[in-house]
Design a protein around this ligand. Structure first.
Ligand code: NAD
Ligand code: TYD
Length: 364
């Protein structure tokens, strides 16, 4: 079996769903259900005995030690993190706590567990750390895309905390020999994306008739990857990645923010036109820029493609259409995450509980 941390969040939940759709290997999912963790993302695993949900913090050493000892995973995949740049600007403390201290505690417990393994179990064990391209900082317009050897130049409290966690993972490999893999991925989009990030926010605001807030001049560039392609890359790295190596993950899909917003608006015009017949684009509103806003990210994924034969399945055109369609088909999910109803529910019912064969039964 494998451990996944942060598996009730956007990427972690997509990963768990895809994993159990493709293999029969059970998953222990450890997530402390912050505002970004949502058991409803896992509703389709209701009654699936291969999924064990544990509400817990990656910084809780005692819990981790006992879970590792009782389940004996062959791999630990660390998705758990505070992940929103704007929140990190308003309140960096949680980012330091989870992304740095939490990763450190997790590494300590995993090291202690791994040290006591022997033979094939020890040889085959992997700790896979899920990280971001934002650790590399910001690129100029003409600069080549980030490779794995690009120097670390994080600019936000979020990216600085992720950079620190990457360094800890690296150090545990070099100092203690812990078999680690690190992936640094570009911006993801797709189902279950919390509507505080650019793409889901634009979709839900557009449908609600609210302004579409574009920071600054809207010319900042991000490199977009459909979340299920990120999940397939992680599976491939876990399967065949070389112990101690770093792999950049991306789909060669750079676009300025304003273009993304225009594409989302055009898709909504087609799929769910405004009642007044006007274009959603009319809702675009330029707002004050984010402090320290990185201008451009771009991932060079050629190492992953060349060495492990990975390729994304979706183009931006196919992925963004699926994403908009998913939000149109799941208005209740949006209403509930926005109202916070699911959080009140889970805090009442899941405090210190382990839920086997599924999480979401009660959250539904
Ligand atoms: P998310 O914010 O949607 O989900 C994070 C999950 O981690 C939530 O379920 C939350 O409850 C859980 N969590 C937070 N603190 C925890 C703690 N202390 N203990 C246990 N669980 C905790 O984030 P995401 O977008 O799914 O990102 C997942 C990972 O991928 C993060 O490490 C992030 O840095 C990385 N990443 C994200 C993107 C992106 O575009 N979203 C791109 C590249 C890398
Ligand atoms: P975001 O989805 O927060 O991801 P990140 O900051 O990790 O790249 O933002 C993506 C881009 O969109 C980023 O350049 C900031 C911009 N943005 C807006 O213009 N308006 C918004 O309301 C948000 C949330 C983001």
């Amino acid at each position: 079996m494998i451990f996944v941390t942060g598996g009730a969040g956007f990427i972690g939940a997509n990963f768990v769903l895809d994993w159990l759709a493709q293999t029969n290997e059970p998953v222990v999912n450890i997530d402390n259900l912050t505002y970004a963790g949502n058991l409803e993302n896992l509703a389709s695993l209701n009654a699936d005995q291969r999924h064990v949900f544990v509400r817990g913090d990656i910084g809780d050493s005692g819990l981790l030690a006992s879970l590792l000892a009782s389940h004996q995973p062959r791999a630990v995949l660390n998705f758990a993190a505070e992940s929103h740049v704007d929140r990190s600007i308003h309140g960096p403390e949680d980012f330091i706590q989870t992304n740095i201290v939490g990763t450190f505690r997790l590494l300590e417990e995993v090291r202690s567990y791994w040290t006591r393994l022997d033979g094939e179990a020890k040889q085959g064990f992997r700790f896979l750390h899920v990280s971001t391209d934002e650790v590399y900082g910001s690129l100029g317009k003409q600069d080549p895309a980030f490779t794995e050897t690009h120097r670390y130049e994080p600019n936000s409290p979020y990216s600085a905390s992720k950079a620190a966690s990457d360094h800890l993972v690296r150090a545990y490999h070099h100092t203690y020999g812990l078999p680690v893999l690190t992936t640094n991925c570009s911006n993801n989009y797709g189902p279950y994306h919390f509507p505080e990030k650019l793409i889901p926010l634009m979709i839900v605001n557009a449908l609600a008739g609210k302004p579409l807030p574009v920071y600054g001049d809207g010319q900042q560039i991000r490199d977009w990857l459909y979340v299920k392609d990120h999940c397939s890359a992680i599976r491939r790295v876990l399967e065949a990645g070389k112990d101690g190596e770093v792999y950049n993950v991306g789909g060669w899909n750079e676009k300025p923010n304003i273009e993304i917003v225009n594409i989302v608006c055009a898709l909504l015009d087609e799929l769910q036109p405004r009642a007044d017949g006007k274009n959603y684009r009319e809702q675009i509103s330029y707002v004050k820029d984010r402090p320290g806003h990185d201008r451009r990210y771009a991932i060079d994924a050629s190492k992953l493609e060349r060495e492990l034969g990975w390729k994304p399945a979706e183009t931006f055109e196919t992925g963004i259409r699926k994403t908009v369609q998913w939000y149109l088909a799941n208005p209740q999910w949006v209403t509930r995450v926005q109202s916070g109803a699911y959080r009140e529910w889970t805090s009442k019912h899941y405090e210190h509980e382990t839920i086997q064969g599924s999480a979401a039964r009660a959250a539904a």
